[in-house]
Design a protein around this ligand. Structure first.
Ligand code: G3P
Length: 219
């Protein structure tokens, strides 16, 4: 399974890269706004800065919602760097754009996926990735992880090449569950990734190893 970081923060991206496990980046308009990035030129510059740090895929989301504008905006984003993937919302014109981008050889990530039907349609339209939002489904007391399993089953049975990019991942446990459910990639902030390395018995065990070593060395 690949690990993407879900942020527009250059510092967090660098920190994840430094950990040696970073395969890519996803962003969205809310994450760009959180970094105070706005305006077409600033947004373009910021994506280029991200692509200079990361070799893997970087999802750049369109803010257009009609077909022609999605295509125009997506082409501009895709031209910024070879590793840009155009992120398109699961709306009627978005699905149409996914199919057109596929014909054009532009890779896509269909976002705001909340049902197996939406994921099926995005794959049929030729999306490179789909982003099912696990945490936001959990937020309404449904089981977000069931959607990952359903999509993994559907894509395997039907032979779709679309990859499942589990998004809205909020915890280390979510990452582990997404791996078991068949996600190809997880995307999340740095904190859940760092949460994976924590276990109290590891800390206690290491403390004892080092204390035993010190005792012999000192004695
Ligand atoms: O990748 C989608 C993600 O950014 C949404 O996460 O935590 O806002 O639901 P969240």
């Amino acid at each position: 399974m690949r690990f993407f970081i879900d942020t527009a923060s250059l510092d967090q991206i660098k920190e994840a890269k430094d950990l040696g496990i970073l395969d890519g980046v996803t962003t969205n308009p809310s994450l760009m706004a959180k970094e105070g990035i706005s305006g077409e030129a600033n947004v373009a510059n910021h994506y280029q800065a991200i692509c200079e740090i990361v070799d893997g895929d970087v999802s750049a989301e369109v803010i257009s919602t009609d077909f022609e504008s999605i295509i125009e905006e997506g082409q501009k984003l895709a031209a910024l760097a070879p590793n840009i993937v155009v992120k398109v919302p699961m709306i009627r014109d978005g699905v149409k754009a996914l199919a057109r981008f596929a014909e054009m050889g532009i890779r896509t990530n269909c976002t705001l996926i909340f049902s197996a039907g939406q994921g099926l349609l995005a794959a049929k339209a030729g999306a490179t990735y789909v982003s099912p939002f696990v945490g936001r489904i959990d937020d309404i007391n449904w089981n977000g992880m069931d959607l990952i399993s359903d999509l993994a089953e559907i894509y395997a049975v039907q032979g779709f090449e679309t990859e499942i990019l589990a998004a809205s991942i909020r915890s280390a446990l979510h990452i582990v569950e997404a791996a078991k459910a068949g996600a190809d990639i997880v995307t999340c902030p740095l904190k859940p990734i760092l949460g994976l390395l924590k276990h109290p018995l590891t800390d206690i065990g290491l403390e004892k190893f080092l204390a035993d070593h010190r005792n012999v060395a000192g004695g």
